[in-house]
Design a protein around this ligand. Structure first.
Ligand code: ATP
Length: 327
């Protein structure tokens, strides 16, 4: 593994996700293992523009593996979307001698990195870190597993209180335009119906399904709705059902940001560790302008053009499974 890279800059950007710290730790320690210097860039592209860099040692990333959030903080930077902002960022990186970058974030982060690469040819790789699991080219993003487990735990608790007759709960989970968290937490939580943006459905179809539940005389019914639902969010759907029937005692819970926090699961820690090592070693092997991911449990490097602006396909058979199991 021969490489001219000496100083790697690592940063987190966009929405935070549990497991980002494990990825930072992996990048720092792998860099040091291969005799590179690693600098943390705080607050994503904002810190890059301001030259907010801190040299990280193996010990400075101790005791963060199990912590949610990101020790480097994250931010959204409008300035970086401009050519002048990126020039300023590049000048700061040069001043510090940083000659390669590893970003941990979502598609916006990757887009910014790609632009910087096109303009300045700085070797750079992106690690997918977002709870939404909405990035093509990787089976899982860091944080998705933890967020889904958090949603399942919440659904289980709601079910405990829902066991009085005819109670109907609408639970809205995160995911932006992706239905991954809703689909997986819905199946794991035994939802009576799951509404995700990827499936073609209508309010009438959902209503039909719910009133069929009336016939089966379930003691309670839970509907999990992705925040990106095309037929409205939990509040709207609940309101429409209430307008048509007074059969149910309807409750709505929007899980919101609690899904972003918490201790990362073993799965996210292992994923973050693998991707962190692969990112550093990929850079050293000449990979650039790409996102490191896992496909069928193997590390892959996806060029920007091969994954951006493409949906992360969802296995629609999972919806069928959910339907069969909800009778
Ligand atoms: P998440 O999926 O968790 O929201 P993300 O990485 O997609 O994460 P964004 O807010 O979309 O989050 O992007 C993070 C940052 O990346 C932005 O604040 C901006 O600085 C940079 N970025 C996003 N889009 C672009 C773009 N088109 N050009 C340059 N930089 C961009």
């Amino acid at each position: 593994m021969s490489s001219t890279i000496q100083r790697i800059g690592v940063f987190t950007s966009g929405g935070d996700a549990p497991g980002m710290n494990a990825a930072i730790r992996a990048v720092v320690r792998t860099g040091i293992f291969h005799k590179k210097e690693v600098f943390g860039i705080t607050r994503g592209y904002e810190g890059m523009i301001e030259g907010d860099f801190v040299k990280l040692g193996a010990r400075s990333v101790g005791n963060i593996l199990q912590r949610g959030g990101t020790i480097l903080k994250t931010a959204r930077s409008d300035e970086f979307k401009t050519a002048e902002g990126r020039k300023q960022a590049y000048d700061q990186l040069r001043k510090e001698g940083i000659d390669a970058l590893i970003a941990i974030g979502g598609d916006g982060t990757f887009t910014g990195l790609h632009k910087l690469y096109l303009e300045y040819q700085l070797p750079s790789l992106c690690i997918p870190g977002t709870i939404d699991n909405d990035i093509a080219g990787t089976d899982y993003t860091i944080g998705f597993d933890t967020a889904t487990n958090t949603a399942v735990e919440a659904i289980d608790k709601i079910r405990d209180t829902a066991l009085s007759h005819n109670r109907l709960f609408f639970i809205e989970v995160m995911g932006r335009n992706s239905g991954y968290i809703a689909l997986y937490s819905g199946i794991a939580g035994g939802a009576g119906a799951i509404i995700i943006p990827e499936s073609e459905t209508s309010f009438d179809k959902v209503y039909e399904l719910l009133t069929a539940g009336e016939i089966t005389n379930k003691r309670s019914n839970l509907v999990v709705i992705a925040e990106g639902s095309k037929i409205g969010g939990a509040n709207e759907i609940a309101r429409k059902v209430a307008e048509r029937t007074d059969y149910f005692d309807i409750k709505v819970t929007i899980l919101g940001h609690l899904q972003r926090g918490g201790t990362p699961t073993y799965f996210d820690r292992v994923l973050a560790s693998k991707l962190g090592v692969a990112a550093v070693e990929g850079l050293m092997n000449g990979k650039t302008d790409a996102m490191v991911g896992v496909r069928d449990n193997k590390i892959v490097y996806n060029l920007f053009d091969s994954v951006m602006n493409r949906p992360h396909e969802i296995d629609m058979d999972m919806l069928r499974i959910a339907k069969i199991l909800s009778i």
